[in-house]
Ligand binder design. Structure first.
Ligand code: SF4
Length: 365
């Protein structure tokens, strides 16, 4: 299901943008539809009130919890079953973070990832992406969402941007806490920059009551949903500075020279005011050399960026290993000495159930 399609359906039921927003806000924030002094029963148009149980049941059925590893922990992997029986994973991260999937399977086929083993099976609708947040919020607070789970967001950009728009407006999540991750695709840079350039928020109409959230929402709602008011932060899966090694590790990623990737990222970072996060899965003997380190330092010198090293986690059937703790510390320390922000990021929950996509792969088997 797409959020834009749901909005059209609501419009057919006589809803105004304020009704759509209130229903979507109630869903994604797990709160009542009621507004001050007026219960939803009287506030919503009669046609929506009649249809509400069916709509709520559809939203509820978008994603259901199939398994949680470990159970009841702050940091855990969630295996979710979608309405058609397909499965995806979400990860509860520390400090209120959540990693969501954007596709079932993935076409990029990174050699160190289970999610791409079977290729792309299907796209997730924007509502299915947001449903992962709703489901996680039933377990604990979610204040940051990273689009880094199963799938390449660039290959499902309309749905991902729709989900981002809803989470950043009705979902009560700060724009910089919505992190879109990509292997680097020109379409992503173009769409994100377009949103920055076209995002002049219209003034609320004269006479709107600023204390009444609905009046303000009604006057600006079409802008918030259509023109792209929400500017997410950006993460790039780099993994190597060497073009041929990068093509080997990420076989179906666009072959954009790394210099161009960094230039485009820098433009977005300076425009939005958030640093770009570079992701680097560290694999022993593959991309942990001094030559890579020197090249990263050269490329990111003076850039508004942070390098996240993610030590490789075991994947069923793969021979790769992570570098030693000492080597990882040297890599981080060397970049810091060169004035580049660098840190180690462990993929949450992986010590329990392996790398991204493994839970799903085992469940499907
Ligand atoms: S690492 Fe990301 S882009 Fe690469 S195959 Fe896995 S899900 Fe796709």
């Amino acid at each position: 299901m797409r959020i834009s399609h749901l909005r059209l359906r609501l419009r057919d039921l006589g809803c105004k943008p304020c009704h759509e927003d209130r229903l979507l806000r109630g869903w994604v924030q797990l709160c009542s539809y009621d507004r001050k002094g007026s219960a939803a029963a009287t506030f919503f148009p009669a046609a929506l009130r009649a249809e509400l149980p069916a709509i709520e049941a559809e939203l509820e059925g978008l994603a259901r919890l199939h398994g949680e590893y470990p159970a009841d922990a702050e940091v855990a992997r969630l295996l979710l079953e979608l309405h058609d029986g397909q499965m995806v994973e979400s990860v509860l991260l520390p400090r209120g973070g959540l990693c969501v999937s954007t596709q079932v399977g993935c076409a990029v086929g990174c050699v160190f990832c289970m999610s791409g083993r079977d290729g792309l099976l299907r796209q997730l609708g924007s509502a299915e992406i947001v449903a992962q947040v709703v489901l996680a919020r039933r377990r604990r607070k979610v204040e940051k969402v990273v689009f880094m789970g199963m799938g390449e967001p660039a290959h499902n950009l309309d749905n991902v941007l729709e989900a981002i728009e809803l989470l950043g407006t009705q979902g009560n999540i700060g724009h910089k806490d919505l992190v879109l991750s990509t292997v680097g695709d020109v379409r992503v840079f173009e769409r994100l920059m377009e949103r920055c350039l076209n995002s002049v928020r219209p003034e609320p109409v004269e006479g709107s009551n600023r204390e009444d959230g609905d009046s303000v929402h009604a006057s600006t709602s079409s802008a918030r949903t259509d023109y792209g008011a929400v500017k997410p932060a950006l993460a790039i899966s780099l993994h190597s500075t060497d073009a041929s090694l990068r093509a080997e590790l990420l076989p179906n990623a666009p072959q954009i020279p790394v210099e161009e990737l960094v230039t485009r990222c820098e433009e977005y970072a300076r425009t939005t005011g958030y640093p770009v996060q570079y992701q680097w899965t560290l694999i022993k003997g593959v991309n942990d050399s001094d030559a890579e380190l020197a090249r990263i330092a050269e490329l990111l010198a003076g850039k508004y960026a942070v390098m996240n090293f993610i030590p490789f986690n075991a994947v069923d059937g793969l021979e790769y290993r992570r570098p030693s703790v000492e080597r990882i510390a040297v890599m981080v320390g060397t970049l810091k000495q060169r004035g580049i922000l660098a840190r180690i990021r462990d993929s949450a929950g992986q010590e329990v159930e392996g790398a991204c996509g493994q839970l799903r792969a085992r469940a499907v088997k």
